[in-house]
Ligand binder design. Structure first.
Ligand SMILES: Cc1cc2nc3c(=O)[nH]c(=O)nc-3n(C[C@H](O)[C@H](O)[C@H](O)COP(=O)(O)OP(=O)(O)OC[C@H]3O[C@@H](n4cnc5c(N)ncnc54)[C@H](O)[C@@H]3O)c2cc1C
Length: 463
């Protein structure tokens, strides 16, 4: 397995999660010259992070991380056995419409050209801007899970988990299995009545509900105190987190904590697709932006496709099917197979992909983000890089700012190192709320490459 194809690249895949890995393996089997670029050091993406190291050790870590994690072993093994080239530790900071990619690796930027590009950059966690969320000791649940998967690190001291969504319960179950004592799990809101009409479709989608109920049962069995219907959350402390203040059912309580893990679901990671730019739409159900693609992953730009969670949250299994579907389409578009062969090859993946997606309306309706957390109070910082508060965003709107790009130039929100990745959704939500308009009308930041900071030294390596 080489780092980058030495000859012409037929298919450049950005992202080595289930979508990118399945796409690369399938496309290589079909005879395409494939190169996979990923900023992580090892393949697996978010869900299967660190899986090769865990598989090498076996035993205890798999018991902690669960069967859903173990499922990644075969997908990574098949990828390693394929002829696809793999460039780890390689960030993609630019994709041009002519399918030139800007990459950065070992302190050097470079450009590579491909006949076709598949963006498989996955999901990111929705920001959870509560008062005190910038204190040391407060992190998103996925970050805590990442440390568990990649470094076997577990928190010391009292841990509080807060928010909602499957990943919160997944982390709670993993921490419990790792012997961590959870001081409290604070669930902001679950909408059982709204979700109920979607239940029959979700039951047909696979064992999602059984898995979810299993996680909740494991957390309850471990005696984790659970508070439901949480309406307000506040991280308290001077130098670092000392306690969490929580309001639920008309009562306010203070819980001592050394670590607070926040979570309000995951959203499509659209930084790269917005920077091209591909056409995007607002998903009201998932409350995030996603690129407009057809069932093969084709975007509105010829030769650039999108697969997996970055095209809309569907979960790891749906992502792997979407990756394979996109690979069959790439082979067709590049003349390796005809449309009839593509349809035959892709039939079972298309059916399975649609089945997995049937679970989403139920999960999206059951775990909507709490309004008070997506539209925070005035004193809460929304852009962490430039330290801009929700109140300053509202001020900018009062001064005539009608959208995120104007607010950006008034306040510098979104201009820091993360380039708006952490604040874009919140800024759009706050503006929409202030103007009484839907977010779909407000839009999002205009993202420009490089989507991640590049040093002058790295740029100097460009020919
Ligand atoms: C923090 C987090 C934790 C999660 N944990 C779980 C879990 O425990 N269980 C579960 O069922 N689901 C989990 N999910 C959801 C799960 O990640 C997805 O359903 C699934 O991994 C989607 O697969 P994917 O291939 O689309 O993307 P991902 O698995 O996210 O893979 C995307 C890959 O793209 C790479 N990438 C992104 N941008 C760039 C760039 N510009 N340059 C180079 N590389 C780039 C990333 O490094 C990553 O490896 C989690 C999501 C997040 C955000």
């Amino acid at each position: 397995m080489s780092a980058i194809n030495s000859g012409e690249i037929d298919l450049a895949v950005v992202g080595a999660g289930p979508a990118g890995l399945a796409a690369a393996t399938t496309a290589a089997e079909l005879g395409l010259a494939v190169s996979v670029f990923d900023e992580n050091a090892t393949p697996g993406g978010q869900i299967y992070r660190g899986i090769e190291a865990v598989a090498a050790k076996r035993g205890a870590d798999f018991a902690v991380l669960g069967d859903a994690y173990r499922a990644g072993e075969s997908i990574v093994r098949d990828f390693r056995a394929s002829k696809a080239a793999y460039a780890p530790n390689t960030g993609v900071w630019l994709v041009q419409k002519d399918r030139q990619l800007g990459i950065v690796r070992d302190g050097k930027a470079g450009m590579v050209a491909a006949r076709r590009v598949l963006i498989a950059t996955g999901a990111q966690e929705r920001p959870v801007p509560i008062p005190g969320w910038t204190l040391p000791g407060v992190m998103l649940a996925g970050a805590a899970q990442g440390l568990l998967k990649s470094a076997g690190m577990v928190p010391a001291g009292p841990v509080v988990l807060a928010g909602n969504g499957p990943l919160l319960y997944q982390l709670a179950a993993q921490l419990v299995a790792a012997g961590v004592k959870i001081a409290a799990l604070l669930e902001t809101r679950s909408e059982r009545a709204a979700a109920l009409p979607h239940l029959p479709a979700a039951l047909m989608a696979g064992n999602y509900l059984a898995k979810g109920l299993g996680l909740i049962a494991a957390v309850k069995r471990a005696g984790v105190p659970i508070r439901r219907g949480v309406t307000e959350l506040r991280a308290l402390g001077c130098e670092r987190l000392e306690a969490v203040e929580v309001a639920a059912g008309g009562r306010t309580e203070r819980i001592d904590a050394a670590l607070l893990c926040l979570h309000q679901g995951v959203v499509a990671n659209v930084q790269l697709s917005l920077a091209i730019p591909l056409k995007h739409e607002w998903s009201a159900a998932q409350r995030c932006w996603r690129p407009v693609v057809d069932q093969w992953g084709n975007s509105d730009v010829e030769g650039i496709a999108v697969a997996g969670d970055c095209a809309g949250i569907g979960g790891a299994e749906a992502a792997a099917h979407a990756g394979r579907i996109a690979a069959f389409e790439a082979a067709r578009a590049l003349g390796r197979i005809d449309a009839a062969a593509r349809d035959t090859h892709a039939a079972s993946d298309l059916a399975a992909w649609r089945r997995h997606l049937r679970a989403r309306p139920f999960l999206d309706a059951l775990y909507p983000p709490a309004q008070g957390l997506v539209v925070p109070a005035d004193d809460v910082p929304v852009c962490r890089c430039e330290e801009v508060t929700a109140g300053q965003v509202r001020d900018a709107v009062r001064q005539g700012g009608t959208g995120p790009n104007q607010v950006k130039s008034f306040t510098r929100s979104g201009m820091g190192p993360c380039q708006g990745r952490m604040c874009a959704l919140t800024v759009s939500e706050v503006i929409a709320d202030a103007l009484g308009k839907p977010v779909a009308e407000i839009g999002t930041y205009r993202i420009r490459p490089p989507i991640k900071p590049l040093t002058v030294g790295e740029l100097a390596a460009l020919e």
